[in-house]
Design a protein around this ligand. Structure first.
Ligand code: MEV
Length: 306
């Protein structure tokens, strides 16, 4: 990074946005049903400044697809009528595990540009701008990842951002593991969309049942009833398997976690790869981690951020 130059001018802006983990409610949330999502303790950092030589420069090591950042700049310029070229650099700890790096990049870039011009904006307006970026690029998506990057903690999210409820939750004891396969979120959403087209009644019923699980999970998370939360996660996984978005690899990692004493386990996010999560007591943690590893999963050292 061109840090010295920035430092000598002493006015570059650096903003961090954290990654997320879907706890329950994926896919159903795309259709307006609720989900529960937690922020994690890994970040994507964006640095912005005005470009010295009038030539825009976007440097994103580890992020091959710059379309989200470029669209963020475009939406920012249109919304606030700004024309100056920028230097934008990113640094990511989140990696390509499906932990919300695109949403974090959008939120951090938008916040950084807003700060660069000292613009005042509330969280909901920030959310609306960032969600528009995601929709412009992906064409589809619930916006829950954007809300998580803005609000942090654990939130109950529904109706494409009309309901964003921060929950008073701490210390959800999760083990997180990567399946080794990068999921294609849009392809996974389209897979479910196709099912919805062919069998609307059945898929709607599944979504309604997932919504009931999420509503109960919201209460049991606050009460720290991990046994019940684990059971609800298992049921949620059953519905995701019915939707056809789990994989053999995810299923065997999930089964291994359950067999070695997890309260519950499920995939997290789009399915088709990416990560699974297991809810575990401290005593069972290392056994569960080992079992997931034996099933071919890679434990990732990430914690829920309260
Ligand atoms: C992907 O992380 C979660 C989905 O529900 C998509 C979305 O909510 O935008 C599959």
């Amino acid at each position: 990074m061109d840090k010295k130059k920035f430092d000598s001018k002493n006015k570059y802006i650096e903003v961090k946005a954290h990654g997320k983990l879907m706890l329950l409610g994926e896919h159903a949330v795309v259709y307006g049903y609720p989900c529960l999502v937690s922020a994690v303790n890994k970040y994507l950092t964006v640095t912005v400044d005005f470009a010295d030589n009038k030539e825009e420069r976007i440097v994103t090591p580890g992020i091959s697809d710059q379309s989200f950042i470029k669209e963020t700049v475009k939406i920012f310029r249109n919304r606030f009528n700004k024309k100056e070229p920028f230097t934008i650099e990113t640094k990511s700890e989140i990696g390509g595990y499906g932990l919300g790096s695109s949403a974090a990049a959008v939120v951090a870039t938008m916040k950084a540009l807003i700060q660069l011009y000292k613009i005042k904006i509330n969280e909901k307006s920030l959310f609306d701008l960032c969600y528009k970026v995601i929709l412009n690029i992906q064409g589809i998506g619930s916006g829950y990842d954007v809300a998580s990057a803005i609000y942090g903690g654990t939130i109950y999210y529904a109706q494409k951002g009309k309901i964003i409820e921060p929950l008073d939750v701490c210390g959800i004891p999760l083990v997180i593991a990567y399946s080794g396969v990068k999921a294609d979120t849009v392809a996974q959403i389209n897979l479910v969309k196709e099912k919805m087209k062919n069998y609307k009644e059945g898929v709607t019923k599944i979504f309604e049942n997932i919504a009931k699980l999420v509503d109960e999970a919201k209460k049991v998370i606050i009460a720290k009833d991990w046994v019940r939360l684990g059971t609800l996660m298992n049921y949620n996984q059953d519905y995701l398997e019915d939707l056809g978005i789990s994989t053999e690899k995810l299923n065997s990692m999930i089964l291994a976690a359950r067999k070695s004493g997890a309260y519950g386990a499920k995939l997290s996010g789009a399915g088709g790869g990416d990560c699974m999560i297991a809810l575990v007591s401290e005593e069972k943690k290392s056994g569960v981690e080992q079992a997931i590893k034996t099933a071919g999963g890679q434990s990732i050292d990430i914690k829920i951020k309260n």
